[in-house]
Design a protein around this ligand. Sequence first.
Ligand code: GLP
Length: 240
Amino acid sequence: MLINIFPDNDELHRAVSKEIIQLVKTKPDSVLGLSTGSSPVDTYALLVDDYKKNKTDYSSIVTFNLDEYVGLDAHHDQSYRHFMNFHLFNHLNIPADQTHVPLGTGDLDNNCQEYEALIQEAGGIDLQLLGIGTNGHIGFNEPGTSFESRTHVAPLLKDTIEANSRFFETSEEVPTKAVTMGIKTIMEARKIILLAYGSHKAAAVRDMVNGEVSEDLPASILQKHEHVALFLDEEAASLL
Ligand code: GLP
């Protein structure tokens, strides 16, 4: 694992956005795996700034997001499809049909299979962005998820529901299930960048980097990936 530690968040997001922009420029038909949550928001803002200034071309880029809440459609303001349109897609010249977010409504098992097939058809993911949950989850793969998992419907744990309730009016409104790329899907990405900042992520980051590789800490599987770069602030890196 390549570990980059930044004294401030601005530099961290600049570094991550630079990596993405460079990939988009060198391989204009790249397949990007994208994430939601608060971690990538400022990175996306920098991509939008760069697009406005430099007209970096996203017209041939294809994207696949990690996950979506079950029961929230694209119009729900807490759906991850809405999040991605709002923070990124609406501001770039990426055709809407080249952006993919798992569907959290309708026939979920079928949606999962189709999502995996679409990733394969696109030639696999060149660069996958990840955040990490405080319990070590990646995507919505909670502790205990099989390392062999592919896109599937996942129950959310109480801690995750609590952590994500800050985006909803009450914790009762937070969906209890999600559609998420599986661990195996994530591990097939050719390169992975994981962003984490804040002291609340320090224990999960420590266990991801130095702990035993175990399904109890889903992010620990990243130790087995050949091209993983962590982008951390000093607080998230404080227990390394
Ligand atoms: C959420 C998302 C993950 C995200 C993680 C961290 O539950 N499903 O993809 O990486 O939790 O979120 P945040 O970046 O808000 O800390």
